[in-house]
Design a protein around this ligand. Structure first.
Ligand code: GDP
Ligand code: MN
Length: 377
């Protein structure tokens, strides 16, 4: 779950990180009104969308007059930034920047820990820096039992500042606060890019980005109001409601499988034969037609699905029951998509006979089933 910059800044501010003031606006009129409350002519309009790289996409505009403000605001509202439509923006006083730094905390799989990432070369080109000058980016794992004591925060600050001591204590404080809020809120990312030193020598988080694991949300009622589900998250929520284990992926073969282990194997096999799974879906051990209708409805909401692979291992759940369930369910499901079925285990011969000459394509072996499904990409 991603939140907007202005929301992340609310959290930062509550932890004492300097963020400056932002005024949230939904229309050009509101932006103009907000502009009149500022003490300066120079302001910045910032599109609020759940993606980074807004500056390069034209969603961040520095303006110097009311005329310019109106012109740019009109362009920004409704603009498409990487598939997200701009519905709200913030207006901030323009800051004169002396230096831009990068600071973030995230969860690192390789070290199985939270890591701090820092660079003295922050700003919109951070990805380029990571590519061309990886030495300029410091990544250090944090021991959860030690956290970040003061001495360590100062050491980190010096790394971030390239050994410039002037702002060491200020940066150390920001590092500690950002780590604290990252841990407190069960975040998966807390990022300041850029963290700036202003022309008047002050530290400021000019941008703020946070992401959360939605599984942690039940511990954080205070974050619920920030939740604006994406299409993908809406499908995942529906799956949860129906009691399925579901993970949305970006391929085009919809998978309906019983058992998490078999689901993982099915996805691996699809990859092996050159396909891409659209999802992980474990329907559990039931042949209930309603469950199949629900599962198919879910799969069909995925915009890219070109074929469906149903891979069921019959144990206590008998394959003939599953076949019956499939036939009943597909009387109700309205789709032309090819559906490949592989049933194996208890009563599989009876089940296969039942599905002969129906809308389903069948295979006995997993390999053959996967090849059939991959053929439709
Ligand atoms: P992002 O592109 O989505 O990461 O959005 P940011 O909030 O990081 O803004 C992109 C860039 O715009 C920053 O790296 C700054 O260089 C610039 N920028 C943003 N706000 C200001 C400001 O108040 N003054 C100046 N001079 N530049 C700004
Ligand atoms: Mn940024």
């Amino acid at each position: 779950m991603d939140i907007h910059e202005y929301q992340a800044k609310e959290i930062f501010a509550a932890y004492g990180i300097p963020v400056g003031e932002s005024i949230l606006c939904y229309t050009v009129e509101e932006i103009v009104e907000a502009y009149h409350t500022l003490n300066t002519d120079k302001a910045v309009i910032k599109a609020q969308v759940h993606t980074g790289g807004r500056g390069k996409a034209g969603g961040i505009k520095l303006i110097k007059s009311e005329g310019e403000l109106k012109k740019e605001a009109k362009k920004i509202f409704g603009m498409d930034i990487k598939g997200f439509t701009v519905e709200k923006s913030i207006l901030t006083e323009a800051i004169e920047i002396d230096r831009e730094y990068y600071l973030s905390f995230t969860v690192d799989r390789s070290t199985k820990s939270v890591i701090i990432i820092m660079s003295s070369e922050g700003g919109v080109d951070i990805e380029q820096v990571a590519k061309d000058n990886p030495d300029k980016i410091h990544r250090i794992p944090i021991d959860p039992f030690v956290g970040i004591p003061d001495f360590m925060a100062r050491k980190f600050a010096l790394k971030l500042l390239d050994n410039e001591t002037k702002h060491m204590n200020g940066v150390a404080k920001i590092i500690k606060s950002l780590y604290q809020l990252f841990v407190d809120k069960d975040a998966s990312l807390a990022e300041i890019n850029p963290l700036v030193i202003t022309a008047s020598g002050e530290l400021l988080a000019l941008d703020a980005k946070m992401s959360f694991d939605r599984n942690g949300l039940l511990r954080h009622e205070e974050l619920l109001s920030y939740y604006e589900p994406t299409e993908e998250e809406k499908i995942e929520d529906l799956a949860k409601e129906k009691g399925f284990s579901y993970v949305h992926l970006d391929g085009d073969i919809g998978c309906m499988v019983n058992g998490a282990g078999l689901a993982m194997t099915t996805m691996d096999m699809i990859k092996l034969y050159g396909g891409k799974p659209a999802n992980f879906l474990d329907i559990g051990g039931s042949s209930n037609p309603q469950k199949i209708v629900d599962a198919m409805t879910l799969l069909l909401q995925h915009p890219n699905v070109k074929s469906v692979l149903i891979n069921i291992f019959g144990g206590i759940t008998r394959c003939d029951d599953v076949a019956k369930g499939l036939i009943t369910a597909f009387e109700e499901i309205d789709t032309e998509l090819p559906v490949v079925v592989r049933l194996t285990g208890t009563n599989d011969t009876i089940a296969r006979e039942m599905l002969e000459n129906t809308r389903f394509e069948q295979a006995e072996e997993m390999t053959d089933a996967v090849k059939l499904a991959v053929k439709y990409q």
